[in-house]
Ligand binder design. Structure first.
Ligand SMILES: *[C@@H]1O[C@H](CO)[C@@H](O)[C@H](O)[C@H]1NC(C)=O
Ligand SMILES: *[C@@H]1O[C@H](CO)[C@@H](O)[C@H](O)[C@H]1NC(C)=O
Ligand SMILES: *[C@@H]1O[C@H](CO)[C@@H](O)[C@H](O)[C@H]1NC(C)=O
Length: 348
């Protein structure tokens, strides 16, 4: 007579419950060790390893845009837009106007890549500019809302931006990131240091371009693509978890002195507001000014108003005869900003 399968099992293992228990405990232990190793690896990989494989990296469309837009030395200029800033007559139009009235800055528009946070910004961009890339955004419509600054959606976007810029570095492109409310009046590369890895404009500048105590404003930054900067962006992006309610720039301030960063001999330089100015700190000298940022200004209308006035001031300066541009020139310069931007409740 054939034995039932259960009897086979008993015949093989016997009734030795102790052995059975030992095997189970052994398996459980091995399982726990494996789980622990997987968790440890996951933690380390999100925090310390450079994570190269990304959606953007293999997006042929982005690759094509960057390739076409880049200068000879693989540098692109990047800005980002939402619907409100992209509308006709809004910031994007003033921004593009600055390249036209700037001294020899028109050509930089051919190297400008616009990343768009929503469909409407993308559509408007595509209608007037060759290099537009819509970046996925969870908060599709949130970017145009009032009181957007420092909301959850705002933080999502600023971190997405840092992540994206890190991808651009990984793809081998250097970039100048410029906020769209920055006016380009002169060729900034003449004022940037050729050998620095990371350069940024400042909200407040103490006169020493290599002093980490300067208060950066990363709205204008020039970053070379190399292992050090890729690493920096990785650490920066991952640090968002340690400072949950802070935006990218404040977190940069927190991490800029970390040993992980100082130990890699990254050359960080801060740009003087005499050349890279902003409404937070300005010198009123059109002879030196290269870019001008409508920072320390809240409200889209105020920004547009003051930036338009600023471009008029610039045009008046350009029209001055040479002998009135030079020494003691401020006396003749019309300088009407900030005016609407002056009364801000907080810094944006
Ligand atoms: C890049 O340039 C190539 C060749 O001129 C062109 O075929 C392609 O459509 C361009 N891509 C973009 C995104 O502009
Ligand atoms: C404009 O640029 C040209 C050449 O780059 C230079 O000679 C000229 O002085 C500049 N004008 C002003 C106002 O900066
Ligand atoms: C965004 O707004 C459009 C209409 O303006 C609406 O159709 C769409 O569902 C909205 N998307 C989200 C994610 O709220």
């Amino acid at each position: 007579m054939k034995k039932a399968p259960i009897n086979n099992f008993i015949a093989r293992y016997g009734y030795n419950h102790f052995l059975w228990l030992r095997r189970s405990m052994h398996m459980l232990f091995v399982g726990l060790v494996l789980l622990w190793m997987i968790l440890l690896y996951y933690y380390a990989s999100t925090r310390y390893f450079i994570h190269v494989s990304t959606k953007e990296k293999y997006d042929p469309k982005l690759e094509s845009i960057l390739r076409n837009a880049s200068m000879k030395d693989n540098t692109v200029i990047i800005t980002s837009l939402n619907e409100a800033w992209a509308k006709p007559g809004s910031i994007f139009d003033v921004f593009r106007e600055s390249f036209r009235v700037g001294n020899d800055t028109k050509n930089f528009l051919n190297h400008l890549v616009v990343i768009n946070w929503d469909q409407k910004a993308q559509a408007r961009c595509q209608a007037i500019h060759p290099y537009c890339y819509q970046i996925e955004s969870k908060s599709e419509n949130a970017t145009s809302k009032e009181a957007f600054f420092m909301t959850k959606d705002y933080l999502h976007i600023v971190w997405r931006k840092i992540e994206f810029l890190g991808f651009v570095l990984q793809m081998g492109y250097n970039f100048v990131f410029t906020d769209t409310d920055i006016m380009w009046l002169r060729n900034p590369f003449k004022y940037l240091q050729e050998d620095a890895d990371f350069q940024t404009s400042c909200d407040n500048f103490n006169g020493d371009s290599s002093d980490l105590d300067n208060a950066p404003n990363t709205g204008f930054s020039y970053v070379k693509s190399n292992e050090k900067t890729i690493w920096l962006y990785k650490i920066w992006f991952n640090s968002r978890k340690d400072f949950p309610n802070m935006h990218d720039q404040d977190v940069f301030n927190e991490i800029k002195k970390l040993p992980q960063i100082s130990s890699m001999n990254l050359k960080i330089r801060f740009l003087s507001p005499e050349y890279f100015g902003g409404f937070c700190e300005y010198f009123k000298d059109f002879n030196k000014l290269c870019t001008m940022h409508a920072n320390c200004c809240v409200g889209l209308k105020n920004k547009i108003h003051d930036l338009n006035n600023f471009l008029e001031d610039w045009s008046k300066y350009l029209a001055l005869p040479q002998n009135m541009k030079g020494k003691k020139a401020h006396y003749y310069h019309s300088w009407s900003v900030p005016s609407s931007c002056r009364f801000y409740p907080s810094i944006e």
